[in-house]
Design a protein around this ligand. Sequence first.
Ligand code: NAD
Ligand code: DAU
Length: 341
Amino acid sequence: MNQLFITGGAGFIGSAFVRLALAELPQSEVTNFDALTYAGNTDNLEGIDAEGYRFVHGDITDRDAVMEALGQGTDAIVNFAAESHVDRSIASADEFVRTNVLGTQVLLDCARERKVSRFVQVSTDEVMGSLPEDEREFFTEESGFSPNSPYAASKAGAEHLVRAARHTFGLDTVITRCGNNYGPRQFPEKFLPLMIANAMNDQPIPVYGDGRNVRDWIHVDDHCRAILLALRKARAGATYNIGARNERRNIEVAKSVLDQLGKPHSLLTFVKDRPGHDRRYAIDSSLIESELGWKPQETWESGLGKTIEWYQTNGDWVERARSGAYREFYAQQYGSEVKAP
Ligand code: NAD
Ligand code: DAU
């Protein structure tokens, strides 16, 4: 891979992927194309100064901007750019449809026109809906689509467009579907960084519903290693589920965070449930393990410890992320149930 075009590389996972790609493919040219929405942050790119790296400020729905930034001879597009927060999609779905659906189609069209060799769509386990609390059932690559939130539906729509580009036009595509990522630089609207930031400041932690919903957590670097491997080695047309076999109930995760920070469980505050809240995600990742030899490197204990430490030593990053528009979002999302930071 000599020329990579990464979209959404100023976000949480995209910025981790940019770092990994530059470290693993030091000869390559990496373009990071990002609109810098509220979730995109050039702070996330601090310290990246490789010769082959360039940042382009642009929107994936803007065809001309994408065509201008997309060089001839690009080997691959890896599409991270998205609106990614379920709660925001419940409040308003417009931006989710625009970026996640329309933006993906724009990228697919540009990929064909520029004869890009491979298109990797970074998707989510949420396109497959919710599993019952029967621990023997898992999402596999054969599980049907059953998206329950506007976010999940927009990501499912994007996957359909990627599939159609392969079927109709023969574009070389790969789709990855991962579960809940955690790690450094995650915007504190998501549960894990929100808990860490609130607990660090002795503020209440809002737990939706009964707190017994299950998520399958994976360290962001393990997710990125899986995407890089898929980019380099996957069969054309493949879809891979990515997970670390790490199912946890939200309440259990919350208590672990509080215990590691030495904060009291009395900070846990049960609030009204998320509408349509998916009960359980659990991923069977045996296909990527057997076909590509991928395995997660972090354990939950090692990964969570390092993650909490990162937020503790990067208090400035946390406070910048929690300032300005974040306070409005927070007040709207949690109302009077949980006081804004
Ligand atoms: P994020 O919200 O942290 O970052 C999204 C990035 O996309 C930001 O840098 C933002 O500026 C950029 N962006 C948004 N709209 C854009 C547009 N129109 N044009 C160009 N750039 C735009 O998201 P994340 O958590 O890093 O997720 C990245 C991708 O991974 C998403 O596609 C998401 O659906 C997928 N994913 C996330 C998780 C997770 O747990 N966070 C799990 C599985 C899959
Ligand atoms: O599974 C992959 C998905 O994981 C990604 O596709 C999404 O982009 C990502 O945001 C994430 O979605 P979730 O909805 O699972 O993540 P979130 O961090 O919003 O919530 C995790 C769980 O915690 C979920 O059951 C809802 C709950 N929760 C969340 C927040 C923000 C709370 O109890 N309180 C909260 O304040």
